[in-house]
Design a protein around this ligand. Sequence first.
Ligand code: FDP
Length: 330
Amino acid sequence: MPPVTLDRFILESEHAHPGATGELSQLLMRFGLAGKRIASELAMAGLKKELGSASTTNVQGEEQKKLDVLANEILLETFDYGGLVSLAASEEMVEAFVYTGNADGHYAILFDPMDGSSNIDVNGSLGTIFSIRRRGERGEADLLASGRRQIAAGYILFGPATLLVYTCGEAVHAFALDPSIGEFLLTDRFVRMPARGRGYAANEGRSLGWPPQVRAFTEYLKEFDPESGRPYSTRYSGSLVADFHRILLEGGIYYYPTDATGGGKPKGKLRVLYECHPLALLAERAGGRASTGYQDVLDIVPEALHARTPIAIGSSAEVSLYEKFLKGQG
Ligand code: FDP
C-alpha cells in the first residue's frame, strides 16, 4: 500500500463530496506548504541566528520573536496568489490583512503563526494554529462570529516530527512530515480523543490568581484515589499545540483560566479566534469538548479580533468536571 500524502487524502476526500469546488482542498494543501517552510526555518533558526527577540511587540503588547514575525510572513505569502483568500487575521497583526489582488476571494484565514513562543529559544515544541472561514461582505467585522462558522481548522506541531492535524467538518485526520520526500503522510484517519484521561496541563505557577473553584478542581485531580484514576499527572510544555496534541491522543485536560495575579489576565490568556475556536472545533470533532467553564468555546462570539477567553479543553469527562467545579457543584 503506497503512503497516502496530504494532497492525495484531501483530493480523495473532496471527490467523496459531489459539488465540492476544490477551493477548500487548495487552502488546506497550502497550509501544508506553509508548515513545511516554517519547519525548515525552525530547523535552521539557531544556525542562522534567527532566534531571539525581533525587538517589537504585538498588538497584545507581548514581545515578538524573530520567528513569530517570520512565520507570519510565510503564512501571508502562501495565500497571496490564486484568488481564493481575500482576508487574513493573525495574532501578530493589529488589523486583518486585505489581499488587494484577491478582492473577490471567498475565504478568510486566521492563524496563530508561532504558538508557544517561549519555547523558541530552547528548541522546545512549537505550533501553528489555523482556521478557515467564509469571508462575508463586512470584511473584518464578519470574523467576529461564533466558532461554529469555521469551515475548517487545524494545527501544525513542530516537535521531534512535524505533524499536521486538521478537520474539515466531520472528522479529524493526522499527518506526519517525511522530510526525506518533503511530504506529509497520513498517520491517523478519524482520530478520536479518549473520553477520559490521566493528565492535566496548566501553568500552576499562576494558581494564586485563579478562581478558587479552579484551584479546588486542581487539588481534586491531585488527590490519591486510584479507583477514580487519581492522582492525575501534570504535563505542561508551554506550547498549547503540543499539550493539546497529547490530550487529543491520550485524553486529559488543558486549562488556562482567568488569572488575577499581578497585572492580571481577567479574560484568560488565549485568543478566541486564533487559538480557542480552531482547537475547540478539533476537540469536538474528535469527541472531546472545550468550555469556558460556563459556555462552549465554539459558541463564543468575540467582541474584538484579539479577544481572549478562559478555556478548558480536552476529554469530555474532565471538561465536564471542570464545569461542575466552576459552578460550585464539584
Ligand atoms: P506563548 O504565549 O508562549 O505563545 O497562546 C500562547 C501560549 O504560549 C500557549 O501556547 C501556552 O500554552 C501559553 O501561552 C503559555 O502561557 P504561560 O507562560 O502563561 O503559561
